[in-house]
Design a protein around this ligand. Structure first.
Ligand code: SF4
Length: 155
């Protein structure tokens, strides 16, 4: 559940951000451990891998408290799809991977510094991401989290 009070003032002038391919965010860490998947994420990823959604779900997913997420391998924090520090399903990657780092959970000065600036080497690099794009990604992430919560209620 969203505990952060979103403060978009920090992002009004845009933020410089460019993924540096560190693979850090593809490795399970703290409370942002799971890669959650909505049904539309699972469908898109299954299609990309030429599997049915059911085959994909059986092979790569598990459910915790009703929420679908990518399966975790004991003693290996890396995402199953991380190969040579790169996402092997990049074009079809999950919504939360595509919207990082503009998640509602980190859209406050304190959370942004703690969870993004201190963690992600992409901050401050590359070209300026305009506020409109930041807000669009954040809204997409919010919608995806709502979809996940709805799906978690379904048995
Ligand atoms: S699906 Fe791709 S982008 Fe997302 S965590 Fe796994 S390797 Fe990283």
């Amino acid at each position: 559940m969203l505990k952060t009070k979103i403060d978009l003032k920090l992002f009004e002038k845009g933020i410089k951000f460019e993924c540096q391919g560190s693979g850090k965010c593809c490795t399970s860490h703290g409370e942002f451990g799971f890669v959650f998947l909505t049904l539309s994420d699972r469908k898109r990823m299954a299609k990309h891998l030429e599997l049915t959604t059911s085959q994909f779900t059986k092979r790569f997913c598990q459910r915790t408290n009703g929420f679908w997420h990518l399966i975790e391998t004991p003693n290996n924090p890396d995402c199953h799809f991380l190969k040579n520090k790169k996402c092997s399903i990049y074009e079809a990657r999950p919504t939360q991977c595509r919207t990082w780092p503009f998640w509602p959970e980190v859209m406050s000065a304190k959370a942004w510094k703690k969870e993004v600036v201190n963690f992600c080497p992409g901050v401050g690099k590359g070209s300026l991401i305009k506020f409109e794009k930041i807000n669009k990604d954040m809204q997409e992430q919010i919608a995806s989290e709502q979809e996940l919560a709805r799906e978690a209620q379904e048995i």
